[in-house]
Design a protein around this ligand. Structure first.
Ligand code: DGL
Length: 284
């Protein structure tokens, strides 16, 4: 049955917008309800238990807003909580790790794959398990790049300071001879210009965003949940942080058609029963 409800999507901040972008490209008729937990960003250095608690709050909030599926647009949330999120709610749940691993295994020619992500993601070994599940004969070399996300949240993709940090993080992976690099944090595709320069043109960068969008497509088709309403879909982007800052970065990466951006307070996300938008917040 055609379904007009939005797709719920969430991340610790603006990173999941890379996934939103890919979903909008592939499914231009779908509505997106996005929550960026910028008020509690970053997630990467936090204990998994804490990330899990935040994730369950946001998922419950999105379900209370009647989303038809959940897209965990954040690797760190996926490693901490995707099974719990799926168990808690009767809607399809799509993550980013399997799609990214799949694309990397397809892309590598020398069977040496690099992975960069947050500390939580790298420490979890989730990509090692995802690659193993594919039965692929590859070596995975992982490296946490915790500082990257702060630059992305500030909209900085090219400063001298960032370039120096990127070289420090990525040189060792180059030396390892990887021919494919998984951007295992949804913030990182926004730095792909810089990462490509440091890694060199012969290294394939894998962003899970496009692959995840294909999984979203196929989940909606197989559950018969596609939106067929011919009216222009209205997206909604909520942030627990500063909406002005979110808007600046979102417009930068998603273009002027972002749609409504609003503040939602963490208390509202937490107290789903009394979910309400932050008083005084305005559409911008
Ligand atoms: N975008 C998130 C991810 O994919 C991480 C950002 C953070 O550290 O909060 O892992």
């Amino acid at each position: 049955m055609p379904d007009d409800r939005p797709i719920g999507m969430f991340d610790s901040g603006v990173g999941g917008l890379t996934v939103a972008r890919a979903v909008i490209d592939l499914l231009p008729n779908e509505r997106i309800l996005y929550v960026g937990d910028n008020g509690r960003f970053p997630y990467g250095p936090r204990p998994l238990e804490e990330i899990r608690a935040f994730a369950l709050e946001i998922a419950a909030f999105l379900v209370s807003r009647e989303v038809k599926m959940l897209v965990v647009a954040c690797n760190s949330i996926e490693v901490a909580a995707i099974e719990d999120v799926a168990r808690a709610h009767g809607v399809p749940v799509v993550g980013v790790i399997d799609p990214g691993a799949r694309a990397a295994v397809r892309a590598t020619r020398n069977h040496q794959i690099g992975l960069i992500g947050t500390q939580a993601t790298v420490d979890s070994g989730a990509y090692d398990r995802a690659v193993a599940r594919l039965g692929a004969d590859v070596r995975l070399v992982s490296r946490a790049c915790p500082a990257f996300v702060d630059f992305v949240e500030r909209g900085d993709t090219s400063s001298e300071e960032l370039r120096t940090i990127a070289t420090g993080y990525l040189e060792p992976l180059r030396t390892e001879g990887v021919d494919t690099l998984i951007l295992g944090c949804t913030h990182y595709p926004m730095l792909s210009g810089l990462i490509q320069v440091v890694m060199g043109d012969d290294v394939v960068l894998v962003s899970s965003a496009e692959e995840t969008a294909k999984d979203v497509y196929s989940a909606l088709v197989s559950a018969d949940l596609l939106r067929t309403n011919p009216s222009e879909p209205r997206h909604e982007f909520l942030t627990t942080g500063d909406p002005e800052q979110f808007r600046a970065v979102a417009h930068h990466f998603l273009g002027p058609k972002v749609g409504g951006i609003r503040a939602v307070d963490v208390g509202s996300v937490r107290g789903v029963e009394t979910a309400r938008l932050a008083r005084g917040s305005t559409w911008i």
